[in-house]
Design a protein. Structure first.
Length: 297
């Protein structure tokens, strides 16, 4: 396992724990920043792992104030090769500040989407109202995974047992993602209630690339482009969109926090006592500073 080469027992424990839960396939999970160990800093009673969607300045400030031992940031902050690290760039500044304080960053993104029981399944639970209301649930685009994760894939296709009105589904989404308003591109038939909905395609974040050629009544995602929403509507498909990260953020507190807490406890028990120092274990916290950049006003 690649994580054996990691020097810090804190990083090693977090990496192993996240990989147990979501790393399928592992190459889509990234140890974005392995900060040097700060031996001069006192060992906390419990190491704090901070969960966030985006590694913004506000999240970095929060991590430093806690202080956190590590950040698990759903979205990776580095997307393109970097030729330099300077304080002139806000994202590079964030990474430099974390490096100075010995706080590493791990970004699981797509693996958390693809894994059964991950973000996309959480979204389906919300819009369907539970598996008791579903005739079937499948992945839109399967991905290759090892034993135990063969069913993983990107996006979900759910067929409801009974056709349901658009407004009922909108209300379910609002409750699930904790938003008073969402964006809806509805066909006249769905808006009037003359036609109900049974087949729904679901994708956390941005679903445009996954939704091509799907035969459904409704698309549920964080965002679609203007032309993608228009094209869907022309085909008789309505859309519910919540802005990108609002389809991801709720998963952290609803599902990932508890699962990661348990996995960390099991992994920490395997660490040599000489490496643990005086730390008793880990505490997983969900960032309070993490926000979608957009507000619906």
């Amino acid at each position: 396992m690649a994580s054996r080469s990691l020097r810090s027992p804190i990083v090693r424990t977090v990496v192993n724990s996240v990989q147990r839960l979501y790393a399928r396939p592992r190459e889509i999970i990234v140890l974005l920043l392995e900060a040097p160990h700060r031996a001069d800093k006192p060992t906390p009673r419990r190491h704090v792992v901070l969960l966030a969607i985006d590694l913004t300045r506000a999240v970095v400030d929060e991590a430093l104030a806690i202080p956190a031992s590590m950040i698990v940031s759903y979205h990776p902050i580095i997307f393109r090769p970097l030729k330099s690290f300077t304080f002139a760039d806000s994202q590079q500044e964030s990474l430099l500040r974390l490096t100075q304080e010995g706080i590493s960053v791990y970004s699981p993104h797509t693996a958390v989407d693809a894994t059964i029981g991950g973000v996309n399944d959480w979204l389906v639970d919300g819009i369907s109202g539970g598996k008791q209301n579903e005739q079937s649930r499948t992945v839109l685009v399967p991905v290759e995974g090892p034993v135990g994760f063969e069913s993983s894939g990107m996006g979900r296709l759910v067929t409801l047992t009974e056709a349901t009105s658009l407004m009922t589904l909108v209300d379910r989404v609002k409750e699930h993602v904790k938003m008073p308003r969402v964006m809806v591109a509805a066909t006249a038939e769905h808006m009037s209630g003359s036609s109900a909905i049974r087949k729904i395609a679901v994708c956390a974040g941005s679903g445009g690339s996954l939704f091509k050629n799907v035969d459904v009544d409704l698309l549920f995602t964080g965002e679609l482009s203007h032309h993608e929403a228009l094209a869907a509507k022309e085909k008789g498909i309505s859309t519910i969109a919540c802005f990108h990260t609002n389809t991801e953020r709720g998963f952290l507190a609803a599902v990932m926090q508890v699962k990661l807490q348990d996995a960390l406890a099991e992994e920490w028990a395997k660490v040599e006592s000489s490496e643990k120092g005086t730390a008793e274990g880990f505490e997983v916290m969900v960032s309070q500073a993490d926000r979608d950049p957009y507000e619906i006003m």
